[in-house]
Write a protein that binds this ligand. Structure first.
Ligand code: ADP
Ligand code: TPW
Ligand code: MG
Length: 580
């Protein structure tokens, strides 16, 4: 019998039967599968589910808005390879969580959104139930799989299917619909316990075909200017030693995508991070490992890639990803751990390094760019610019490789990505594939909870606003999170004006001289107002050392940023009104 079977005894004649119920079967099924943390917002019909979860020793993190609970669950999945669980109420709570579920699916993070739902009989006849919505139908297009459980006896199977769907193959989001009535259903406790499923080998290894590995090595061997691109799939795979060995044995320069930074330290001699434009244009063979040729890589074509002919090798668990944007001459389909170790084995001892003209050209471009940047990172200007402020943070993190960096914004994101070096895997968590604003506090909380490590969240002032209320959650759970708000008074800049001269401010502009630090003080955390890189440094060092929830309002020159950071080119242009 499971540990949480209720003691409820139900007398039938002279027999006493021990019963369990839907609530406890859900809890038992999650715990049986090693899932102990839940992120959500309580309410009908799942309030008691949260209470019973806590009573049964699970950790239940209650948020102020489901979207952030969902982002916490999604990043928990990314960091642990176990599905992160987000628990919400019906219709509006479900919809609030759905953004994060779609985000998890898009980013290939395993996550399960569990939502309570209203009476099926009333919902399906559209008779206007409390929080009525056909949630299953709505969720379907935004996740890998969506299931509804109607009988307590099926809870074990339902949760097993959800776990398997989330983590196997390409990871992603799964929706699990639990109608209110199900939670209260009772059944014989022993039968209930027997109905639970412990998922065996939830994400089985997927070995690449040997000929696909040989083909890839053949293409790589003949390259004059080879390049490896590591994506967040490579970081997710937790094959860190083999990935490092592959890069070092091959001697091929590598470019980390944003969240793959730190798989090898950014200061590694083979890192081409500071020569991105050069390597994308010049490479003749590009091997993608856990990175898609989506907009973040200009779809593998166009100006970014120059006009020299290129061949692509792609290592990915999802066969449909191959040829999605350009021809892949050597697809290697399998899990990254298996693929990379097979490639390493295939390289053997006789592997010859790429031509030194190429590696030297990459190295000297990197050195040139790093030297050019260095003095700007030392500036102590007041008000701060992005370089002065980020230079200070870069120096702090250089000595603290275990700190997890969460990062969002436009300029705040783009500058931090290129300025702050990462030296360990999965320490940089950002906006991901959609470039979404709002992941900040949710990801910071999920990362702090799952790893126990300190978190530094570097946030544009607009970006922070999307999840700012969750600093109360940070204080409530006393998490070691330091939030730095890069306060330039607006979206991209704080300088736009209303061209009509009317009273409304421009749409990208916020209240001048806002004091985000006082929000943190309101909830008992530490608030600091920092106007110089030195003040910023002192505040962040103190926060990381104390582990106390802290928010630093870092005043940034409102003129320092540029429109849309580095992706201004994606804005459509009007032919009628030309922007100044
Ligand atoms: P980035 O944004 O860093 O470029 P993407 O999210 O575009 O990365 O790509 C991640 C890729 O990694 C996806 O195509 C996904 O299928 C793949 N992937 C995720 N986990 C694994 C794994 N364990 N093995 C192989 N491929 C994986
Ligand atoms: C869910 C559009 C992209 S970047 C950004 C917005 C609103 C904010 C940039 O200002 P911030 O950074 O954070 O102050 P900085 O340093 O340049 O001043 N809604 C969602 N996602 C996105 N990406 C947007 C809107 C956007
Ligand atoms: Mg801003």
């Amino acid at each position: 019998m499971s540990s949480t079977a209720t003691d409820t005894t139900h007398k039938t004649g002279d027999e006493a039967e021990t019963l369990t119920d839907g609530f406890h079967l859900v809890i038992d099924a999650l715990k049986l599968n090693g899932i102990n943390n839940v992120y959500g917002v309580p309410g009908i019909p799942i309030t008691d589910l949260g209470r019973y979860m806590q009573a049964e020793g699970m950790r239940v993190f209650s948020f102020r808005h489901e979207q952030h609970a969902g982002y916490a669950a999604a990043i928990a999945g990314y960091l642990t390879q176990k599905p992160g669980i987000c628990l919400t109420v019906s219709a509006p709570g479900f919809l609030n969580g759905l953004t994060a579920l779609a985000h998890a699916t898009t980013n290939c993070y395993p996550m399960i959104l569990i939502s309570g739902s209203s009476e099926r009989e009333i919902v399906d006849l559209m008779q206007g139930d409390y929080e009525e919505m056909d949630q299953l139908a709505v969720a379907k297009t935004l996740c890998k799989a969506a299931y509804r459980v109607l009988h307590a006896a099926d809870i074990g199977i339902g949760i097993a299917r959800a776990i398997r769907a989330a983590v196997s193959g390409r990871p992603g989001g799964v929706y699990l619909d639990l109608p209110a009535k199900l939670l209260g259903q009772t059944m014989n406790a022993a039968k209930g316990a027997a109905s639970l499923v412990k998922v065996i080998d939830a994400a089985p290894r997927q070995l690449p075909a040997p000929e696909s590995v040989a083909r890839a090595l053949d293409v790589l061997k003949n390259a004059k200017r080879p390049l490896i691109i590591l994506g967040k799939g490579a970081a997710y795979a937790q094959a860190d030693d083999d990935i490092r060995a592959l890069v070092e044995t091959s001697g091929i320069p590598y470019l980390p995508m944003s969240m793959a930074k730190g798989l090898l330290p950014d200061t590694h001699p083979l890192s081409a991070g500071a020569a991105r434009s050069l390597v994308l244009k010049e490479a003749d063979v590009v091997m993608l490992i856990g990175a898609r040729l989506n907009w973040l890589l200009s779809h593998g074509k166009g100006k970014t890639w120059g006009d020299k002919p290129k061949q692509f090798i792609q290592v990915d668990i999802e066969p449909k990803e191959m040829d999605s944007n350009v021809e892949i001459v050597a697809p290697v389909v399998g899990d990254i751990g298996s693929c990379v170790s097979a490639m390493l084995a295939g390289m053997g001892k006789k592997w010859s390094l790429p031509p030194t003209e190429w590696t030297q050209a990459v190295n000297s471009k990197c050195a040139e760019n790093v030297t050019k940047m260095a003095p700007r990172l030392q500036n102590n200007n007041v008000p701060m610019d992005f370089h002065g402020a980020l230079g200070a943070l870069k120096r702090i993190l250089a000595d603290r490789p275990d700190v997890i960096l969460v990062n969002e914004g436009a300029n705040t994101l783009d500058f931090a990505r290129s300025i702050i070096d990462m030296s360990k895997p999965r320490k940089r968590l950002d906006v991901g594939t959609w470039g979404v604003m709002g992941i900040g506090m949710g990801q910071a909380i999920g990362a702090a909870v799952e790893t126990g490590l300190p978190v530094l969240a570097v946030e544009g002032d607009s970006a922070f606003g999307f999840s700012g209320m969750e600093i109360e959650t940070i204080c409530r759970y006393n998490l070691p999170i330091c939030v730095v708000v890069f306060n330039n008074g607006g979206i991209y800049r704080g300088t736009d004006v209303n061209p009509t001269g009317g009273a409304d401010v421009a749409p990208t502009v916020f209240v001048k001289d806002a004091r985000y630090d006082k929000m943190m003080e309101a909830f008992g955390g530490v608030g600091v107002h920092a106007t110089s890189p030195d003040e910023l440094s002192r505040a962040v060092v103190a926060a990381l050392e104390s582990g106390k929830p802290t928010l630093v309002n870092a005043v940034i020159d409102e003129k320092a940023g540029t429109e849309s950071g580095r992706i201004g080119n994606l804005n459509p242009q009007s032919v009628v009104a030309k922007k100044k």
